[in-house]
Design a protein around this ligand. Structure first.
Ligand code: HEC
Length: 151
C-alpha cells in the first residue's frame, strides 16, 4: 500500500514534469513569466486597438478571442509577483510599491480582468469604443502606479 502510494505519486510527478516540459516553461522565473503574460496582453490589446483605428474590421469573434486571451493573461500574471521577485536574474520594470500595496495591486488586476470580460461580451460595434476605453484605463491605472516606464 505504501509502495503503491509512493509509486503513484512518482508517476504523477513525472507526468507533471512532462507537461511542464511541453510548455517550455520548466524553470522560468516569475519575472520572465509575468513579462511573457504582459506581452500576450499587449498583443491582444494591439489587435483590439487595430479595430478601433479601423485597420481591421470589427469582428465579434476576433474581439472575443483577444479579450479572453487578455483576461486570462492578466489573471495569470497576478500569480507571478511573489515576495522576493522585486528583483531577479532578469531586468524588471515592476516597482517595489507592488509589494507594499499588494491588495491594491491585485484589485487593479481584477478590474482589468473584469473590463476584459466585458469586452469579450461585446457583439455590437456600437459598444466597442466604450469597452476599449474602459479596458485601456485599467492598464494605465496599474502601470502608472506600479511599472517603471521602459526607456
Ligand atoms: C495590476 C497591474 C497591471 C495591469 C492591470 C496591467 N499591467 Fe501591464 N504590466 C504591469 C507590470 C508590473 C509590468 C512590468 C513587469 C515586469 O517588468 O516585471 C507590466 C508590463 C507590461 C508590458 C511590457 C511587457 C514586457 O516586458 O515586454 C506590456 C506590453 C503591458 N504591461 C501591457 C498591458 C496592457 C495592454 C494592459 C491592459 C489591458 C496591462 N498591461 C494591464 C502591471 C499591470
Amino acid at each position: 500500500m505504501f509502495f503503491r502510494l509512493v509509486s503513484s505519486s512518482r508517476t504523477a510527478i513525472i507526468g507533471a514534469v512532462a507537461v511542464i516540459g511541453v510548455t517550455g516553461a520548466a524553470f522560468a522565473g516569475p519575472i520572465e513569466d509575468r513579462q511573457a503574460n504582459m506581452k500576450n496582453v499587449g498583443k491582444a490589446m494591439g489587435a483590439l486597438a487595430a479595430i478601433a483605428k479601423k485597420e481591421a474590421p470589427f469582428d465579434a469573434a476576433v474581439v472575443n478571442t483577444n479579450a479572453t486571451t487578455l483576461a486570462e493573461n492578466v489573471k495569470e500574471a497576478k500569480a507571478h509577483f511573489p515576495d522576493g521577485s522585486e528583483t531577479g536574474d532578469k531586468e524588471t520594470w515592476a516597482k517595489a510599491e507592488i509589494w507594499q500595496n499588494k491588495a491594491d495591486f491585485d484589485t487593479k488586476a481584477d478590474k482589468s480582468v473584469d473590463a476584459a470580460m466585458k469586452m469579450a461580451a461585446v457583439t455590437d460595434e456600437a459598444d466597442f469604443g466604450a469597452a476599449l476605453g474602459a479596458l485601456g484605463a485599467t492598464c494605465k491605472a496599474c502601470h502608472e502606479d506600479y511599472r517603471r516606464p521602459k526607456q
